[in-house]
Ligand binder design. Structure first.
Ligand SMILES: Nc1ncnc2c1ncn2[C@@H]1O[C@H](COP(=O)(O)OP(=O)(O)OP(=O)(O)O)[C@@H](O)[C@H]1O
Length: 244
C-alpha cells in the first residue's frame, strides 16, 4: 500500500506539486490522471525515491521513503518516464541485470523471468539487443525488469504512452493480472478513457493539486454527471490535454 501525505515540490518559482495526498490500496489499480504539466511525474518520482519532496511524507507498506529508502525501493517495481534500458544488452540480459541488483537468487529469478516474458508477450524479442527496440518493446522490457524481484507495489509512469492498440490492450490485461495477484498498482496517465477503463480509484491532479479522488461512481456522484467523461471535464474545468 502507498500513502502520500501533503507532498510539496517546487522548481524555482514553479510549484510542480503543491499539497498532494492520497492512498493506493493493495489489490487495486489506482490511476493518477491529469493534463500535461499537472505534476504526475514529479509526484511519482518522489514516491519511488528518485526525488526528495520539499515537505510531506510517502509511506510504502508503512515504511517511510525518506528514512527507509533502500527498504522502500525493494518493495517497489517502477516503470520510470525515461525507460532507460541498456542498449548493448538483450532484453533478457536487462532483466537479469536487475535481478542481480535486487539480489534475487537465480533459482527464483529464472522462472520469474520466464513468467514475465510470457505474460508480456516478449518471447520473440527476449534475446535481441534492445538497441533499436520499438516503444512497445522498450516498455515491455522495462516492465519485466521492474518486476523481476516480485514487488508488492508497482508504479508505472504513463505505461501506454506510444503503444499501439494491440499493445495497449495487452498492457491493460497485464495490469489486471498484477491487481489479481493482490499488488498495489499505481499508474499515471493523461488519457481519461484509459484511466476510466482500468482503475478502481482515480486521483485527479491539476496544477500540482488533487482536485478530486474516488471510485468512478463516486466521481460521477460528486459532479452530478452520469457520464465519466463529463465528470472529468467538470472537475478539471477544461478538457485540454485529457484525451489521447
Ligand atoms: N526538473 C525540473 N525542473 C524544472 N521544472 C520542472 C522539473 N520537473 C518538472 N518541472 C515542472 O513541474 C511541472 C510538473 O511537471 P510534471 O512532469 O510532474 O507533470 P506531468 O503531469 O507528469 O506532465 P506530462 O503529462 O506532460 O508528463 C511542470 O510545469 C514542469 O515543467
Amino acid at each position: 500500500m502507498i500513502q502520500v501525505s501533503d507532498l510539496h515540490k517546487a522548481f524555482g518559482s514553479v510549484k510542480a506539486v503543491n499539497g498532494v495526498s492520497f492512498r493506493a490500496e493493495d489489490g487495486q489499480i489506482t490511476g493518477l490522471l491529469g493534463p500535461n504539466g499537472a505534476g504526475k511525474t514529479t509526484t511519482l518520482r518522489m514516491l519511488y525515491t528518485l526525488m526528495k519532496p520539499d515537505t510531506g511524507q510517502v509511506l510504502v507498506d508503512q515504511l517511510d521513503a525518506q528514512t527507509e529508502t533502500v527498504a522502500v525501493r525493494r518493495k517497489l517495481g517502477v516503470l520510470p518516464d525515461s525507460r532507460g534500458l541498456y542498449k548493448r544488452l538483450t532484453a533478457r540480459e536487462n532483466i537479469r541485470y536487475f535481478a542481480e541488483l535486487q539480489d534475487v537468487p537465480d533459482a527464483e529469478a529464472r522462472p520469474r523471468e520466464q513468467q514475465l516474458i510470457e505474460a508480456l508477450g516478449m518471447d520473440d524479442i527476449a534475446d535481441r539487443r534492445t538497441e533499436g527496440f520499438s516503444q512497445g518493446q522498450r516498455v515491455k522490457t522495462a516492465i519485466a525488469r521492474a518486476l523481476i524481484h516480485n514487488p508488492r507495489n508497482v508504479i508505472l509512469d504513463e505505461p501506454t504512452n506510444g503503444l499501439d492498440v494491440m499493445s495497449t490492450r495487452a498492457m491493460r490485461k497485464f495490469l489486471h493480472q498484477l491487481k489479481a495477484e493482490g499488488r498495489c498498482v499505481l499508474f499515471s496517465s493523461h488519457i481519461m478513457q484509459e484511466v476510466a477503463l482500468l482503475c478502481d480509484r482515480i486521483i485527479i491532479i491539476a496544477k500540482g493539486h488533487v482536485v478530486a479522488q474516488g471510485t468512478p461512481d463516486e466521481l460521477r456522484a460528486q459532479t452530478d454527471e452520469s457520464n465519466l467523461e463529463d465528470a472529468f471535464v467538470k472537475i478539471i474545468g477544461t478538457d485540454e490535454g485529457l484525451f489521447g
